[in-house]
Design a protein around this ligand. Structure first.
Ligand code: GUN
Ligand code: ZN
Length: 431
């Protein structure tokens, strides 16, 4: 039985999306659980004694009371914004012009892109995030740098060249044709190579002409298995700007829909100020919605109706939106989702937060059969959380009467100190 690893700890497995009347009824908790892995895949998950008996020759990695979870999946981030995270005081459009675009210009230098991509992915692993869906910059070299850095770490990532052909500074604009050609060449080089996924990436309607959106819609029609990522309905000023740029559109979503950019595999970031037609079309189309709570607070965007949308059966993932988001950590992101949910009167349960940060994001990427769960056959990306990682957390967790009270202090107060071990593709990456 050489080659089998048995990861031991507390284990939570979901039997469905926890958005029914009792979120905990969709979860199985093994107080003494195990995940058996071999050849980069999960063989079995369940009771430790049972799996120990089934795989007697396995190498054992005992994490005691720590919680074994699927690696976190960050469904929307901008790795090129790593170095300007936590930039003060601006709202979306000014924030883009003042902080973001000057930083993204630096990615014309492939060495800068490579250095930042490596730094960024190491920060993610330290935070227990094993997969991310990232924007790159307009520069094809920024995409290559990112996929190379992910490949070197064995991570499953999705990423794409950010396309913009208007309302961006010199040096950060392409054209409809070059956006199509560059994206196609990168897609053909990277999509499906190892664990790489190419995401077709128009930044958002204000920075693309209708011609560019249509060109990327054509590319997506030629490669419908690729995800398509963009921003939708983040700030009220942005929505008014979209209305003026696209006077014929019924609403913001229609600017994408009219150009072939709505369908299964679409991942729309933010989706805060949606109109009823947009909500029903997103559901009909099977598109994914991505909640970016730290960013929505940090840039002052508003509060997404995440509970209502999840309960209504929409596909929803969770994301940092680094560096509009103020953290690289999915734990800090879950805490922000909880806080914003409270402000709407709909707090998310710990089970719902953990599910969104793993399987929910994987579903939005249409990758739930590969990542984001502990199901047999899934790729062996695991994050092991110490539920008593600081004195403040430990004293609260010590009073817990069930697993949810034990894990919630780490969700609300935890950070990279809580990440005890990380396994990527069946190999220990940390801990
Ligand atoms: N909308 C268009 N570009 C961006 C970006 O980089 N970050 C955020 N938060 N929103 C955007
Ligand atoms: Zn974004």
């Amino acid at each position: 039985m050489a080659g089998i690893d048995l990861i031991l700890g507390q284990v939570l497995t979901f039997t469905g999306a926890p958005f029914g009347p009792d979120p905990t009824s969709a979860v199985r908790h093994d107080r003494r659980g195990a995940v058996a892995i071999e050849g980069g895949r999960i063989l079995a998950t369940g009771d430790a004694d049972r799996l120990g008996a089934r795989y007697p020759g396995a190498s054992r990695h005992d994490y005691g009371d720590a919680l074994v979870l699927p690696g976190f999946v960050d469904a929307h981030a901008h790795y090129p914004q790593t170095r300007m995270i936590a930039s003060w005081g601006k709202r979306l459009i000014d924030w883009l012009n003042h902080y973001t675009f000057p930083e993204e210009l630096k990615f014309s230098d492939p060495a800068y892109a490579a250095e930042t991509a490596g730094l960024y992915l190491d920060i993610l692993l330290a935070n227990g995030t094993t997969s991310v869906v990232s924007y790159c910059t307009i520069h094809p070299g920024s995409v290559t740098a990112f996929f190379e850095a992910a490949e070197a770490r064995g991570m499953r990532v999705a990423a794409g060249k950010t396309c913009m052909d208007r309302n961006a500074p010199d040096g950060l604009r392409d054209t409809p044709q070059s956006a199509y050609d560059d994206s196609k060449a990168l897609l053909e080089r990277w999509h499906g190579r190892g664990r790489a996924i190419y995401a077709i990436t128009p930044r958002f309607s204000p920075t693309s002409t209708p011609e560019q959106l249509a060109a990327l819609g054509s590319l997506w029609a030629e490669h419908p298995d690729c995800p398509m990522q963009t921003h939708l309905s983040e700030q009220t000023d942005e929505i008014a700007w979209v209305k003026s740029l696209y006077p014929e559109a019924r609403d913001y979503l229609d600017t994408y829909e009219a150009h072939g950019l709505l369908g299964p595999g679409a991942m729309f970031g933010h989706v805060i100020h949606l109109e009823p037609r947009e909500i029903s079309r997103l559901k009909e189309a099977g598109a994914g919605l991505v909640h970016c709570p730290t960013s929505n607070a940090f840039i002052g965007s508003g509060i997404m109706a995440v509970m209502a949308l999840c309960t209504a059966g929409q596909i929803v993932g969770l994301a940092t939106d680094t560096g509009g988001g103020s953290s690289f950590s999915m734990l800090r992101t879950m805490a922000a989702a909880y806080d914003l949910g409270q402000l709407r009167g709909t707090p998310l349960h710990a089970a719902q937060l953990l599910w969104l940060a793993t399987e929910g994001s994987a579903r939005a990427l249409r990758m739930e059969d590969r990542i984001g769960t502990l199901a047999p056959g899934s790729e062996a990306d695991l994050t092991v959380l110490d539920l008593s990682s600081t004195p403040a957390i430990a004293q609260r967790a010590a009073l817990a009467e069930d697993i949810w009270e034990a894990v919630f202090p780490t969700i609300m107060m935890g950070d990279d100190r809580a990440v005890k071990a990380v396994w990527v593709g069946g190999r220990k990456a940390l801990g």
